[in-house]
Design a protein. Structure first.
Length: 637
């Protein structure tokens, strides 16, 4: 019986080649889109859930209530926080700090600029890190050890065993040899902890001056609580901890008008590991964050695309079934019962669904590299091996197959053979069910087309938006030249060496390119707390980035006043200060900041976007203060 059904199904599909192609290809495309979106959403919603200690693992978060009533939530913590927590609170089983830094790593003649994660040895007792070589129990106990992932081991050492080999790592603070003490698998894509290299935190360039500074914010801190310790019980002890270690700082900030004058304006709390990635309430976070709204929107789009594909499949199946009415009548005359006819239609629908799924999986495999670039994630079909994902696809196929086969089967099989053989049965265009499906399908299609047009305009806006400076053909190179004088000399030497190269138009330097970070300074002025973004630049900066001056002049290197107290500000800075134009010659006086006091405006630039386009343009102050480092070299080619 089954063989006969399969033979009839294949003949029927082959007889209607065009409709078969449209049916299978349309459903395959819809399934491919749905599966890729499911992989993305599954990755976002499953962040850190694979960690075996996730139930007791937390990130430390600090909340500061400002005078204006706003509360800043930050995951950046001072370096001495973790040692103090471990000393004061025995409920902590393990704790680790994390801070990244740019370095130059070399092996023999091979050298690359890399990002290294600096941390404490407890990290391997808190996070599930898969070691391919080395001992996680002793890794990083020696400060001059380094851990690297398998791709980095292949990059520097090829196929040879890297254990015991030496890598030279140059940071702003040191230039030393490190022994490879372990090789690990890369962390899963849905892990908040991502690294290529792990080194001991004591080797971080900021460790020397930051290890005892409670006013610094150098990276994140995670704690693993003892089994049985609840988050609420632990957090009840934190106010006393804050008063002990933050008390003097809180008092100073309340007197200066930065913090609200109330009890406990600074609070420390714990954030469960599984909440780290999608929690949008944390204003500042060293770990990459996702937006749950993106997952919901994509899931909705995927559901709509799948709905259109499924409705199209059902509609075509119903339309084609109308042409098989006589076949059903003949089968009934020859003795077929209703259940056999229903089974045949269901079987044919399920067969087409299975073929469509197979083709859809092939499409996913072909589309994934492009989808990786769009989503910034490394997704894989291996996720489908998970029981819930596979079950979801099977259920979807059953629903589509049953929906496509049930209506025509149940409708056709109930008629008498005489009616079907005489052609009195009408099924298709005049059927109310078919009309509803078609209208609903076209409505969804129009909605998606309109959404695509809106997205196209948004992307066009992002591509063509005038940022207020020209980023095209500007290369950013991080500098690790050591002290301030060293970086200035490095910039000048580089500029002299390349001045005869016609492909290099300009060279400048700054303490932080817009994509590499920023500094924000706060100060009090006439009892009001004000904040501004601060950039240390040189005299070629505005010219290199093509930032236009609205009034005043650019910095001049030979003028001592420009280096000591000259500033260039944007229009947002003038609005914050309440200054009217012209602003050149105005001075910052009456502030509580030694750095800000008596600075003089020599120029004003038009507002430009140095943070996300989602943000309003904030006040910015550019200066040549020689006490600040130059970290990034900007080269217009």
């Amino acid at each position: 019986m089954f063989k006969n059904y399969l033979k009839v199904a294949l003949r029927n599909l082959a007889r209607h080649k065009l409709s078969t192609f449209i049916n299978i290809f349309g459903l395959s495309l819809g399934l491919a889109c749905g599966i890729m979106i499911m992989l993305f959403v599954q990755s976002e919603l499953s962040f850190d859930t694979f960690n075996s200690r996730k139930d007791n693992l937390y990130r430390v978060v600090t909340a500061r209530k400002q005078v204006q009533g706003e509360t800043d939530l930050s995951a950046y913590q001072p370096m001495p926080l973790v040692p103090a927590l471990r000393t004061e609170l025995p409920e902590i089983r393990h704790a680790a700090r994390f801070s990244t830094g740019g370095t130059i790593i070399s092996s023999g003649e091979r050298a690359f600029t890399e990002t290294v994660m600096f941390t404490d040895p407890d990290v391997f007792k808190m996070f599930d890190v898969t070691f391919l070589a080395g001992n996680p129990e002793t890794a990083l106990l020696n400060p001059n050890e380094i851990i690297l992932t398998r791709p980095m081991a292949e990059k520097y050492f090829g196929e040879t065993n890297p254990l015991g080999s030496v890598l030279r790592m140059r940071t702003r603070a040191s230039d030393e040899n490190y022994v490879v003490a372990g090789v690990t698998e890369p962390m899963p894509g849905n892990s908040s902890l991502q690294f290529d290299f792990l080194a001991n935190l004591t080797k971080h360039s900021m460790y020397g001056r930051g290890k005892d500074r409670w006013t610094s914010s150098n990276g994140s801190a995670f704690v693993l609580l003892e089994p049985g310790t609840s988050q609420r019980q632990f957090e009840e002890k934190l106010p006393a901890f804050v008063n002990k270690y933050y008390g003097e700082m809180i008092k100073r900030n309340q007197e200066s008008g930065y913090l609200a004058k109330e009890e406990n304006p600074v609070r420390i709390s714990l954030q469960p590991l599984t909440d780290v990635h999608l929690d949008q309430t944390i204003g500042s976070s060293p770990e990459d964050r996702g937006n749950p709204a993106y997952s919901y929107i994509l899931a909705g789009i995927g559901l709509l695309v799948l709905s259109i594909a499924c409705i199209n499949f059902v509609t075509l199946a119903i339309g084609r079934s109308a042409q098989r009415a006589r076949e059903v009548g003949m089968r009934k005359v020859l003795g077929a019962v209703r259940s056999q006819i229903v089974s045949q239609y269901w079987g044919e629908a399920m067969f087409v669904c299975c073929v469509s799924l197979a083709l859809g999986l092939v499409m996913v495999e072909l589309f994934l590299p492009t989808f990786h670039q769009l989503s910034g994630k490394q997704l894989s079909l291996h996720v489908l091996a998970d029981g819930s994902a596979a079950a979801g696809i099977v259920i979807l196929l059953l629903v589509v197959g049953v929906a496509a086969g049930s209506y025509p089967a149940l409708y056709l099989s109930r008629f008498q053979p005489v009616e079907t053989l005489k052609g009195k049965l009408k099924l298709g265009g005049n059927n109310i069910f078919t009309k509803v499906l078609i209208v609903f399908q076209f409505g969804l299609s129009i909605f998606l087309v309109c959404g695509a047009l809106i997205l196209d305009k948004q992307i066009h806006f992002l591509i063509t938006k005038n940022l207020g400076f020209n980023v095209e053909q500007v290369v950013v190179l991080p500098m690790l030249g050591g002290d301030r004088d060293g970086t200035e000399a490095l910039v000048e030497r580089f500029r002299v060496r390349v001045q005869e190269n016609p492909d290099i138009l300009n060279v400048s330097a700054t303490n932080g390119a817009f994509t590499h970070g920023y500094d924000v300074n706060g100060f009090q002025l006439n009892g009001e707390h004000k904040t501004t973004f601060v950039y240390r630049i040189d005299e070629r900066y505005l010219e290199t980035l093509n930032i236009p001056l609205k009034e005043g002049r650019n910095f001049q290197k030979e003028r001592v006043d420009d280096r000591e107290r000259g500033i260039i500000v944007n229009e947002a800075f003038l609005r914050m200060m309440g200054w009217t134009e012209p602003a050149v010659g105005k001075r910052l006086t009456g502030t509580d900041s030694k750095m800000m006091e008596n600075l003089e405006v020599v120029g004003v630039v038009k507002d430009f976007h140095f943070t996300s386009l989602r943000d309003q343009i904030r006040p910015a102050l550019l200066f040549m203060n020689p006490e600040w480092n130059l970290d990034d070299l900007l080269i217009r080619i």
